[in-house]
Design a protein around this ligand. Structure first.
Ligand SMILES: Cc1ncc(COP(=O)(O)O)c(C=O)c1O
Length: 194
């Protein structure tokens, strides 16, 4: 692999034709993997998450970076099921727009049974707080399931918060998707040392 540095401004224009054309001039033919692996194939693949769930449910929740996982999940839901994506980035207003676009590109422009929760990002991407670490440790001790501090920890924290605030009707069956990411905890001594 050859790593090449680009500055922030160039990175912001990473999807522009000019930038991609220039890459092709320099590197010839290549397969462009979008940021976060977020492309149509990813959306199609994430639809399979739902088909793999062997129980009936009313709501499904997932952590959101680019929103491709959420979009894929939504494409596979029945109209009486609902999805909530917990944004892990601050000010992720672009997310709803991006997910809407991904849904339209997948032929699901009429799917409105989903929403983005923007209140549990803990200050931004990979930002944390002692409260989040305490929650992750308590979750592990209560359920024996590890969570990461960047994605799944924030999603489960947000989900428990919504439940405690009565956001779900009694008896609602909720599936919370654990998307992995535990390797990210290597960067958080609070979670790797006891
Ligand atoms: C562990 C984990 N969960 C959730 C996500 C969010 O996925 P998406 O970018 O499809 O919203 C990511 C993205 O990198 C991830 O690593």
């Amino acid at each position: 692999m050859q790593l090449e540095y680009v500055n922030r401004e160039t990175y912001r224009n990473k999807t522009s034709t000019d930038f991609i054309d220039e890459l092709h001039q320099r590197h010839g033919d290549f397969y462009l993997l979008a940021e976060g692996g977020s492309n149509q194939l990813a959306v199609n693949g994430c639809a399979e998450i739902v088909t793999d769930i062997g129980i009936s449910f009313d709501s499904i929740t997932v952590a959101c970076g680019t929103g491709a996982t959420l979009a894929g999940i939504v494409t596979a839901l029945n109209t009486d099921q609902h999805a909530i994506g917990f944004a892990v980035l601050k000010g992720a207003d672009f997310l709803s727009k991006d997910v809407t676009k991904m849904l339209a590109e997948s032929g699901h422009s009429t799917a409105h049974n989903w929403r983005i929760e923007n209140s549990h990002h803990f200050g931004g991407y990979a930002r944390t707080s002692p409260e989040l670490f305490t929650f992750i440790k308590q979750f592990k001790s209560d359920f024996g399931i590890g969570l990461d501090a960047v994605y799944t920890g924030k999603m489960f924290f947000g989900l428990f918060d919504l439940i405690s605030k009565g956001a779900f009707d009694k008896g609602t069956r909720i599936v919370a998707v654990h998307t992995g990411g535990l390797q990210g905890n290597a960067g958080f001594p609070e979670l790797t040392t006891d």
